[in-house]
Design a protein around this ligand. Structure first.
Ligand code: LHQ
Length: 253
């Protein structure tokens, strides 16, 4: 995994990869370079067996402010603007890479997560929020419809939601005081990375497929995925550790 990105800070601590979107002066708005780098790092993390949990977060006082409106708007003022839908296919690649990542992905949200940055947080498996978090589908404020999966992940979110409110309605898994935010996120990511991460990937596949399946199809998929889980080293280790009355040492295999 290279680490010389222009707009990302990438830190690996054991099996946890933390990706920090790093354009704090623009509240980490996505320009073309940062979007491309996010796609690259996400796809590389998916392939890298040494990484067993990914944390996505933002530098400075925000998670992200969505599409950089200064870098996209001038193009649409030219005589031959690109179709927005063409530009959006890059975001689709990122959303699908996060969703399909064969290991847990945590969005650690402090400050604002607006527009497509909000929807990137929604595409992650878990969301941890600081009490200053603001989830903001800012699209309608600039006359746009939600994109980047906003229409899929959260069709009913029409107004701004704070961190504490997001916890109350189940939009985030945990909200905490800003002072505890970093340490709690690290502890959660390390705990997940020590888990049976191959099985977590199968669980993600089951849950995300079941959303648009019926019961019969889901029961069948459970059987197929359980066949795979049954063959993992981590399943053997889990049962052995239980019988030996000790903590399991999972390898993610
Ligand atoms: C920004 C941005 C930003 C550039 C703050 N761009 N500079 C996809 C594809 C194609 C087309 C369009 O859409 C999409 C998807 C989308 O994501 S659309 C939604 C785009 N995002 C927004 O509409 C949010 C725009 N930003 C805001 O409403 C505010 O900045 C929020 C509410 C996020 C934060 O407000 P404040 O805390 O008051 O901060 P601020 O507004 O003072 O921002 C700080 C700086 O960051 C400021 O620059 P400056 O040079 O004046 O200090 C802003 O201009 C800049 N910034 N968001 N998206």
């Amino acid at each position: 995994m290279r680490s010389d990105f222009k707009h990302l800070l990438v830190e690996q601590d054991g099996a946890v990869l933390t990706v920090i979107m790093n354009r704090p002066e623009k509240l980490n708005a996505f320009n073309d370079v940062m979007l491309q780098e996010m796609i690259e790092v996400t796809e590389a993390a998916a392939r890298d067996d040494a990484i067993r949990c990914v944390v996505i977060t933002g530098a400075g006082r925000a998670f992200g402010s969505g599409q950089d409106l200064t870098s996209f708007a001038p193009r649409s003022n030219t005589g031959n603007p690109p179709r927005v839908s063409e530009h959006l296919t890059k975001y689709h690649r990122l959303v699908l890479a996060l969703r399909g990542m064969p290991k847990p992905v945590i969005a650690a949200v402090q400050g604002v997560a607006a527009g497509i940055s909000c929807n990137i947080a929604l595409a992650c498996d878990l969301r941890i929020a600081a009490d200053n978090a603001r989830f903001l589908e800012a699209f309608a404020r600039i006359g746009l419809v939600p994109d980047g999966g906003g229409g899929f992940f959260l069709p009913r979110l029409v107004d701004e939601v704070s961190g504490p409110e997001a916890e109350r309605i189940g939009l985030v898994n945990k909200c905490m005081p800003l002072a505890e935010f970093e340490a709690t996120t690290k502890a959660l990511a390390q705990r997940l990375a020590r888990g049976p991460t191959r099985t977590y990937a199968l669980i993600k596949q089951l849950i995300y497929t079941s959303v648009d399946s019926d019961l019969e199809t889901t029961l069948e998929l459970e059987g197929e995925l359980q066949d795979q889980a049954f063959e993992t080293a981590d399943h053997r280790e889990g049962v052995t550790a239980f019988l030996e009355k000790r903590a399991a040492q999972f390898s993610g295999k």
